[in-house]
Unconditional design. Structure first.
Length: 323
Protein backbone atom coordinates (compact mmCIF):
# COMPACT_ATOMS: atom_id res chain seq x y z
CA UNK A 1 0.00 0.00 0.00
CA UNK A 2 1.01 3.64 -0.25
CA UNK A 3 3.06 5.45 2.39
CA UNK A 4 1.81 8.75 3.81
CA UNK A 5 3.46 12.02 2.84
CA UNK A 6 3.31 13.81 6.17
CA UNK A 7 5.49 11.88 8.60
CA UNK A 8 5.10 12.61 12.32
CA UNK A 9 8.58 14.23 12.45
CA UNK A 10 7.58 16.79 9.78
CA UNK A 11 6.30 19.32 12.25
CA UNK A 12 4.27 22.41 11.46
CA UNK A 13 7.37 24.56 12.34
CA UNK A 14 9.15 23.37 9.21
CA UNK A 15 6.41 24.88 7.03
CA UNK A 16 6.98 28.55 6.05
CA UNK A 17 4.22 31.10 6.58
CA UNK A 18 4.21 32.30 2.98
CA UNK A 19 3.65 28.96 1.30
CA UNK A 20 2.86 30.49 -2.09
CA UNK A 21 6.28 32.19 -2.22
CA UNK A 22 8.10 29.14 -0.85
CA UNK A 23 6.50 26.92 -3.50
CA UNK A 24 7.36 29.40 -6.27
CA UNK A 25 11.02 29.38 -5.10
CA UNK A 26 11.14 25.57 -5.04
CA UNK A 27 9.55 25.47 -8.47
CA UNK A 28 12.44 27.46 -9.91
CA UNK A 29 15.09 25.48 -7.98
CA UNK A 30 13.72 22.14 -9.19
CA UNK A 31 12.67 23.28 -12.68
CA UNK A 32 9.30 21.84 -11.71
CA UNK A 33 5.81 22.13 -13.15
CA UNK A 34 2.71 21.86 -10.95
CA UNK A 35 -0.19 20.11 -12.65
CA UNK A 36 -3.54 20.19 -10.85
CA UNK A 37 -6.95 18.67 -11.40
CA UNK A 38 -10.09 20.80 -10.99
CA UNK A 39 -11.06 18.75 -7.91
CA UNK A 40 -8.12 20.08 -5.89
CA UNK A 41 -8.64 22.63 -3.13
CA UNK A 42 -8.74 26.27 -4.37
CA UNK A 43 -5.25 27.22 -3.09
CA UNK A 44 -3.68 24.38 -5.05
CA UNK A 45 -5.61 25.33 -8.18
CA UNK A 46 -4.40 28.91 -7.76
CA UNK A 47 -0.71 27.99 -7.55
CA UNK A 48 -0.76 25.40 -10.34
CA UNK A 49 0.98 26.03 -13.67
CA UNK A 50 -1.73 24.08 -15.43
CA UNK A 51 -5.22 23.02 -14.33
CA UNK A 52 -7.19 20.59 -16.42
CA UNK A 53 -9.23 17.45 -16.87
CA UNK A 54 -7.62 14.04 -17.11
CA UNK A 55 -6.98 14.36 -20.86
CA UNK A 56 -5.51 17.86 -20.63
CA UNK A 57 -3.32 16.81 -17.72
CA UNK A 58 -1.93 13.78 -19.56
CA UNK A 59 -1.31 15.88 -22.69
CA UNK A 60 0.53 18.45 -20.58
CA UNK A 61 2.52 15.71 -18.82
CA UNK A 62 3.49 14.31 -22.24
CA UNK A 63 4.73 17.66 -23.56
CA UNK A 64 6.41 19.33 -20.59
CA UNK A 65 10.17 19.94 -20.55
CA UNK A 66 10.27 20.44 -16.77
CA UNK A 67 12.58 18.10 -14.82
CA UNK A 68 10.08 17.51 -12.03
CA UNK A 69 6.31 17.03 -12.31
CA UNK A 70 4.41 17.80 -9.13
CA UNK A 71 1.03 16.18 -9.61
CA UNK A 72 -1.77 17.69 -7.54
CA UNK A 73 -4.34 15.02 -8.26
CA UNK A 74 -4.74 11.35 -7.46
CA UNK A 75 -2.43 8.36 -7.83
CA UNK A 76 -3.57 7.14 -11.26
CA UNK A 77 -3.01 10.63 -12.72
CA UNK A 78 0.54 10.94 -11.35
CA UNK A 79 1.18 7.36 -12.44
CA UNK A 80 0.13 8.26 -16.00
CA UNK A 81 2.60 11.18 -15.91
CA UNK A 82 5.36 8.78 -14.79
CA UNK A 83 4.47 6.24 -17.50
CA UNK A 84 4.95 9.04 -20.04
CA UNK A 85 8.10 10.39 -18.35
CA UNK A 86 10.23 7.55 -16.98
CA UNK A 87 13.26 9.81 -16.55
CA UNK A 88 11.50 12.61 -14.70
CA UNK A 89 10.83 12.82 -10.98
CA UNK A 90 7.04 12.68 -10.51
CA UNK A 91 5.81 13.73 -7.07
CA UNK A 92 2.34 13.22 -5.56
CA UNK A 93 1.88 15.34 -2.41
CA UNK A 94 0.04 12.50 -0.62
CA UNK A 95 0.60 8.95 -1.85
CA UNK A 96 -2.65 7.89 -0.14
CA UNK A 97 -4.59 9.95 -2.69
CA UNK A 98 -6.09 6.99 -4.52
CA UNK A 99 -9.41 6.56 -6.33
CA UNK A 100 -12.40 4.37 -5.47
CA UNK A 101 -13.01 3.73 -9.15
CA UNK A 102 -9.42 2.60 -9.81
CA UNK A 103 -9.56 0.44 -6.66
CA UNK A 104 -12.74 -1.26 -7.91
CA UNK A 105 -10.74 -2.96 -10.65
CA UNK A 106 -7.83 -5.07 -9.32
CA UNK A 107 -5.53 -6.31 -12.14
CA UNK A 108 -5.66 -10.00 -11.10
CA UNK A 109 -9.48 -10.08 -11.26
CA UNK A 110 -9.55 -8.03 -14.42
CA UNK A 111 -7.09 -10.42 -16.11
CA UNK A 112 -9.60 -13.26 -15.46
CA UNK A 113 -12.49 -11.13 -16.75
CA UNK A 114 -10.52 -10.38 -19.90
CA UNK A 115 -9.66 -14.05 -20.40
CA UNK A 116 -13.39 -14.88 -20.12
CA UNK A 117 -14.05 -12.51 -23.06
CA UNK A 118 -11.64 -13.54 -25.79
CA UNK A 119 -11.74 -11.54 -29.06
CA UNK A 120 -12.66 -8.37 -27.14
CA UNK A 121 -10.65 -5.18 -27.37
CA UNK A 122 -10.10 -3.53 -23.97
CA UNK A 123 -10.89 0.18 -23.71
CA UNK A 124 -10.07 1.42 -20.21
CA UNK A 125 -10.98 4.72 -18.64
CA UNK A 126 -7.81 6.49 -17.48
CA UNK A 127 -9.12 6.22 -13.88
CA UNK A 128 -7.40 2.86 -13.36
CA UNK A 129 -4.06 1.55 -12.14
CA UNK A 130 -0.97 1.05 -14.30
CA UNK A 131 -1.64 -2.70 -13.95
CA UNK A 132 -5.03 -2.29 -15.68
CA UNK A 133 -3.57 0.02 -18.33
CA UNK A 134 -1.00 -2.67 -19.06
CA UNK A 135 -3.89 -5.09 -19.78
CA UNK A 136 -5.68 -2.58 -22.05
CA UNK A 137 -5.61 -1.83 -25.77
CA UNK A 138 -6.66 1.84 -25.65
CA UNK A 139 -7.09 4.30 -22.78
CA UNK A 140 -9.80 6.94 -22.84
CA UNK A 141 -10.91 9.81 -20.63
CA UNK A 142 -14.36 11.28 -20.08
CA UNK A 143 -13.68 13.84 -22.82
CA UNK A 144 -12.72 11.40 -25.58
CA UNK A 145 -14.42 8.09 -24.66
CA UNK A 146 -17.14 8.42 -27.33
CA UNK A 147 -14.61 9.43 -30.02
CA UNK A 148 -12.33 6.52 -29.12
CA UNK A 149 -15.08 3.89 -29.18
CA UNK A 150 -16.50 5.34 -32.41
CA UNK A 151 -13.21 4.85 -34.25
CA UNK A 152 -13.11 1.11 -33.44
CA UNK A 153 -14.64 -1.03 -36.25
CA UNK A 154 -18.30 -1.79 -35.46
CA UNK A 155 -17.86 -5.55 -35.65
CA UNK A 156 -15.10 -5.48 -33.01
CA UNK A 157 -16.35 -6.55 -29.59
CA UNK A 158 -15.25 -4.32 -26.71
CA UNK A 159 -14.73 -4.54 -22.94
CA UNK A 160 -15.09 -1.14 -21.27
CA UNK A 161 -13.56 -0.76 -17.80
CA UNK A 162 -13.72 0.19 -15.00
CA UNK A 163 -16.61 2.72 -14.83
CA UNK A 164 -20.03 1.21 -15.58
CA UNK A 165 -21.73 4.64 -15.60
CA UNK A 166 -19.36 6.12 -18.18
CA UNK A 167 -19.59 2.82 -20.06
CA UNK A 168 -23.40 3.03 -20.17
CA UNK A 169 -23.18 6.63 -21.36
CA UNK A 170 -20.76 5.60 -24.15
CA UNK A 171 -23.15 2.77 -25.13
CA UNK A 172 -25.99 5.28 -25.48
CA UNK A 173 -23.90 7.76 -27.45
CA UNK A 174 -22.37 5.23 -29.84
CA UNK A 175 -25.20 2.69 -30.11
CA UNK A 176 -22.60 -0.01 -29.37
CA UNK A 177 -22.93 -2.95 -27.04
CA UNK A 178 -20.02 -2.91 -24.58
CA UNK A 179 -19.10 -5.49 -21.95
CA UNK A 180 -18.88 -3.39 -18.79
CA UNK A 181 -16.73 -3.85 -15.70
CA UNK A 182 -19.01 -2.91 -12.78
CA UNK A 183 -16.95 -0.13 -11.15
CA UNK A 184 -18.19 3.25 -9.95
CA UNK A 185 -16.85 6.50 -8.52
CA UNK A 186 -17.85 7.00 -4.88
CA UNK A 187 -18.46 10.73 -5.50
CA UNK A 188 -20.51 10.54 -8.69
CA UNK A 189 -22.82 7.79 -7.44
CA UNK A 190 -24.10 9.72 -4.40
CA UNK A 191 -26.03 12.56 -6.03
CA UNK A 192 -29.70 12.69 -5.07
CA UNK A 193 -32.11 12.73 -8.01
CA UNK A 194 -34.92 13.92 -5.73
CA UNK A 195 -32.92 16.88 -4.39
CA UNK A 196 -31.78 17.86 -7.90
CA UNK A 197 -35.40 17.90 -9.10
CA UNK A 198 -36.36 20.02 -6.06
CA UNK A 199 -33.55 22.45 -6.93
CA UNK A 200 -34.79 22.65 -10.52
CA UNK A 201 -38.23 23.68 -9.21
CA UNK A 202 -36.68 26.32 -6.91
CA UNK A 203 -34.36 27.60 -9.67
CA UNK A 204 -36.38 27.40 -12.91
CA UNK A 205 -33.68 29.24 -14.89
CA UNK A 206 -30.92 26.86 -13.83
CA UNK A 207 -29.41 24.29 -16.16
CA UNK A 208 -28.27 20.92 -14.81
CA UNK A 209 -24.78 20.00 -15.95
CA UNK A 210 -23.32 16.59 -15.14
CA UNK A 211 -20.19 14.49 -15.46
CA UNK A 212 -20.73 11.18 -17.32
CA UNK A 213 -19.50 9.26 -14.24
CA UNK A 214 -22.95 10.06 -12.72
CA UNK A 215 -25.69 7.45 -12.68
CA UNK A 216 -28.30 7.36 -15.48
CA UNK A 217 -30.96 8.64 -13.03
CA UNK A 218 -28.96 11.89 -12.72
CA UNK A 219 -27.80 12.13 -16.34
CA UNK A 220 -31.41 12.04 -17.58
CA UNK A 221 -32.00 15.45 -15.91
CA UNK A 222 -28.88 17.01 -17.41
CA UNK A 223 -29.03 19.79 -20.01
CA UNK A 224 -25.38 19.13 -20.71
CA UNK A 225 -23.04 16.18 -20.00
CA UNK A 226 -19.26 16.44 -20.28
CA UNK A 227 -15.81 16.13 -18.74
CA UNK A 228 -14.74 18.71 -16.17
CA UNK A 229 -13.12 20.90 -18.86
CA UNK A 230 -16.20 20.58 -21.08
CA UNK A 231 -18.52 21.54 -18.17
CA UNK A 232 -16.39 24.59 -17.46
CA UNK A 233 -16.50 25.67 -21.10
CA UNK A 234 -20.25 25.09 -21.28
CA UNK A 235 -20.88 27.38 -18.29
CA UNK A 236 -18.97 30.19 -19.98
CA UNK A 237 -20.76 29.79 -23.30
CA UNK A 238 -24.32 29.15 -22.11
CA UNK A 239 -26.62 32.14 -21.63
CA UNK A 240 -28.09 30.55 -18.51
CA UNK A 241 -27.43 32.55 -15.30
CA UNK A 242 -27.53 29.51 -12.97
CA UNK A 243 -26.19 25.96 -12.99
CA UNK A 244 -26.75 22.91 -10.83
CA UNK A 245 -23.40 21.15 -11.02
CA UNK A 246 -23.37 17.34 -10.70
CA UNK A 247 -19.69 16.61 -10.27
CA UNK A 248 -17.06 17.01 -7.55
CA UNK A 249 -17.58 20.43 -5.99
CA UNK A 250 -13.92 21.52 -6.36
CA UNK A 251 -14.66 22.62 -9.91
CA UNK A 252 -16.93 25.40 -8.64
CA UNK A 253 -13.78 27.40 -7.82
CA UNK A 254 -12.86 27.66 -11.53
CA UNK A 255 -16.48 28.13 -12.61
CA UNK A 256 -16.89 31.06 -10.23
CA UNK A 257 -13.55 32.55 -11.33
CA UNK A 258 -14.34 32.23 -15.03
CA UNK A 259 -17.99 33.30 -14.87
CA UNK A 260 -18.25 35.55 -11.78
CA UNK A 261 -21.71 36.84 -12.69
CA UNK A 262 -23.27 33.38 -12.77
CA UNK A 263 -24.49 31.23 -9.89
CA UNK A 264 -23.25 27.68 -9.38
CA UNK A 265 -25.12 25.31 -7.10
CA UNK A 266 -23.39 22.04 -6.17
CA UNK A 267 -25.72 19.09 -6.78
CA UNK A 268 -26.57 17.69 -3.33
CA UNK A 269 -25.70 14.18 -2.22
CA UNK A 270 -28.28 11.73 -0.75
CA UNK A 271 -27.18 12.24 2.86
CA UNK A 272 -26.29 15.40 4.76
CA UNK A 273 -22.61 14.91 4.08
CA UNK A 274 -19.90 16.61 2.04
CA UNK A 275 -19.78 13.49 -0.14
CA UNK A 276 -19.61 15.59 -3.31
CA UNK A 277 -15.98 16.27 -2.31
CA UNK A 278 -13.61 13.48 -3.33
CA UNK A 279 -11.86 12.34 -0.12
CA UNK A 280 -8.88 11.14 -2.17
CA UNK A 281 -8.38 14.38 -4.09
CA UNK A 282 -8.76 16.38 -0.89
CA UNK A 283 -5.87 14.54 0.83
CA UNK A 284 -3.52 16.88 -1.01
CA UNK A 285 -2.97 20.20 0.74
CA UNK A 286 -0.76 23.21 0.03
CA UNK A 287 1.44 22.17 2.98
CA UNK A 288 1.92 18.65 1.61
CA UNK A 289 2.60 20.08 -1.84
CA UNK A 290 5.34 22.27 -0.36
CA UNK A 291 6.85 19.38 1.64
CA UNK A 292 6.83 17.05 -1.36
CA UNK A 293 8.84 19.60 -3.35
CA UNK A 294 11.19 20.38 -0.47
CA UNK A 295 11.89 16.70 0.29
CA UNK A 296 11.50 15.44 -3.32
CA UNK A 297 9.20 12.72 -2.04
CA UNK A 298 6.78 10.87 -2.21
CA UNK A 299 7.85 9.81 -5.65
CA UNK A 300 5.82 7.70 -8.11
CA UNK A 301 7.60 4.52 -9.19
CA UNK A 302 6.52 1.29 -10.88
CA UNK A 303 8.05 -1.83 -12.40
CA UNK A 304 9.49 -1.09 -15.86
CA UNK A 305 7.63 -3.96 -17.58
CA UNK A 306 4.29 -2.59 -16.34
CA UNK A 307 5.26 0.93 -17.40
CA UNK A 308 6.19 -0.15 -20.92
CA UNK A 309 2.98 -2.19 -21.32
CA UNK A 310 0.86 0.68 -19.93
CA UNK A 311 2.51 3.25 -22.21
CA UNK A 312 1.20 1.76 -25.49
CA UNK A 313 -2.56 2.23 -24.84
CA UNK A 314 -1.94 5.75 -23.46
CA UNK A 315 0.02 6.69 -26.57
CA UNK A 316 -2.80 5.33 -28.72
CA UNK A 317 -5.25 7.60 -26.89
CA UNK A 318 -2.99 10.64 -27.28
CA UNK A 319 -2.58 9.93 -31.00
CA UNK A 320 -6.35 9.59 -31.57
CA UNK A 321 -7.07 12.72 -29.49
CA UNK A 322 -4.62 14.77 -31.55
CA UNK A 323 -6.47 13.94 -34.83
P1 LIG B 1 -12.21 14.30 -15.96
O1 LIG B 1 -11.03 14.99 -15.42
O2 LIG B 1 -11.88 13.55 -17.22
O3 LIG B 1 -13.37 15.20 -16.15
O4 LIG B 1 -12.64 13.17 -14.90
C1 LIG B 1 -13.03 13.50 -13.63
C2 LIG B 1 -12.53 12.56 -12.57
O5 LIG B 1 -13.24 11.85 -11.96
C3 LIG B 1 -11.15 12.57 -12.27
O6 LIG B 1 -10.93 11.73 -11.23
FE1 LIG C 1 -11.74 8.65 -8.31
FE2 LIG C 1 -14.19 9.63 -8.20
FE3 LIG C 1 -12.27 10.78 -6.78
FE4 LIG C 1 -12.29 11.00 -9.48
S1 LIG C 1 -13.78 11.83 -8.05
S2 LIG C 1 -10.54 10.53 -8.16
S3 LIG C 1 -13.14 8.99 -10.04
S4 LIG C 1 -13.05 8.69 -6.49
Amino acid sequence: MFATALKSNQTIESIPKDLFNAIETLKKELNAIILAHYYQEPDIQDIADYIGDSLGLSQKAASTDADVIVFAGVHFMAETAKILNPNKLVLLPDLEAGCSLADSCPPEEFAKFKAAHPDHLVVSYINCSAGIKALSDIICTSSNSVKIVNQIPRDQRIIFAPDKNLGRYVMEQTGRDLVLWQGTCMVHEIFSEKKIVQLQVQHPEAEVIAHPECETSILRHANYIGSTTALLKYCQESTSPEFIVATESGILHQMEKQAPNKTFIPAPPEGNCACNECPHMRLNTLEKLYLSMKNRTPEITMPEDIRVAALKPIQKMLEISAR
